[in-house]
Design a binder for this molecule. Structure first.
Ligand code: DP6
Length: 343
């Protein structure tokens, strides 16, 4: 009889600098996206499993050491949906435990890192079953993560930047899984430190329109084709800027993408707005500070009202002091940046 075994995994959250917005078929993106890892936010996953079990499938699930029926059902639906890609689920018993090191109210979608950690653990089980070494099988785990949530496929790297989706200019990119890049090296060379992300939480309540509904609205969006073109072009320019460490150019693209994402929401049928007055106020303050102080401080937005501030680690002290003195009063909470720890 087969015995119970255990695998562990860990995955960092990510924030898109060029946004995935709109999908088709089996979780294929309408346009390529490019993301920055969020070094201070990760999910961990442990799976106790038994191959060739009499009771295959997800047997128990705990989130932060407690049973969580909603998440359990979501994972069950996911595992059932990938039986053709991950057939081991039909014969393997699984007991899954996951946790995040960041609070639910941090303004960061935990689905990307959580599903990436799950996918990494599933691939470890597969490697164990096939007697393969426990390598970091990035393509396979990225593909499995994508089938759970598109943005999750960009979170299976070792804390690296990611590009997911076929890009016109780079034949190495794929709609099936993300590719990973260490742009931080060039940024570090120019600026003495990695790119950081501090999150200004403007409103942590659940948003009124889910990402899935937003993606669906892109299929009939009047600006669909123009948006796809724009994302391809922005990937091209941002890739070059990050490769050479030109943060001025990178920052322009990052902010253009954030506002374009929200412009798509405001011009779809039906339209919706996720930004709050405080989001706009903060954007204005950031632009003024940048112009007056000539510093590399840029913002991006997810599908919500919270701002992600992107800046190189060498500016940390000055920018954090600006955040405390001028921005903190317009926020609900702040999730401070930390340098990613590469393990
Ligand atoms: C605005 O990955 O959450 O954050 O594939 O339906 O799970 P599903 O959507 P999801 O969408 C993320 C959209 C975004 C931009 C991005 O992360 O690229």
């Amino acid at each position: 009889m087969k015995s119970i075994q255990q695998v562990h995994s860990k995955a960092y959250s990510n924030i898109a600098l060029v946004k995935y917005w709109g999908k088709t078929g089996r979780q294929y993106p309408l346009n390529p996206s490019l993301s920055l890892p969020i070094g201070q936010c990760f999910s961990s996953c442990t799976i106790d499993f038994k191959l060739d079990s009499q009771s295959p499938g997800l047997q128990s699930f705990q989130f932060e050491e407690k049973e969580h029926l909603e998440f359990k059902n979501r994972i069950k639906i996911y595992l059932d949906s990938v039986q053709d890609v991950f057939p081991l689920i039909k014969t393997t018993e699984m007991h899954i435990k996951t946790s995040n090191n960041f609070p639910h109210s941090a303004g960061i979608a935990s689905s990307a890192s959580a599903f990436a950690a799950l996918a990494l653990a599933l691939v470890k089980i597969e490697n164990f079953a096939q007697d393969k070494p426990q390598d970091h099988d990035t393509e396979r785990s990225s593909l499995l993560a994508r089938l759970a949530s598109g943005s999750a496929c960009r979170s299976v790297g070792h804390n690296d930047f990611a590009i997911w989706g076929e890009s016109k200019w780079n034949s190495n990119t794929s709609n099936n899984y993300a590719r990973f890049y260490d742009f931080d090296n060039s940024v570090k060379k120019q600026y003495g430190g990695a790119l950081l992300d501090t999150v200004l939480v403007v409103d942590s309540s659940t948003k009124k329109v889910s990402s899935s509904e937003g993606h669906a609205l892109m299929n009939t969006h009047p600006y669909k084709e123009a948006r796809i073109e724009q994302a391809h072009e922005n990937i091209r320019v941002l890739y070059a800027a990050l490769t050479s460490g030109d943060l001025g150019v990178a920052g322009e693209i990052i902010e253009n993408e954030a506002l374009s994402l929200h412009a798509m929401m405001m011009t779809s049928y039906p339209s919706f707005t996720l930004l709050k007055p405080a989001s706009l106020l903060l954007i204005e303050k950031i632009k003024t500070y940048r112009e007056e102080n000539n510093r590399h401080l840029y913002f991006t937005l997810d599908a919500g009202p919270n701002l992600h501030l992107i800046y190189p680690a060498c500016e940390k002290e000055k920018i954090e002091s600006f955040i405390r003195s001028d921005l903190a009063q317009d926020t609900e909470s702040i999730l401070w940046a930390q340098e990613p720890k590469n393990e």
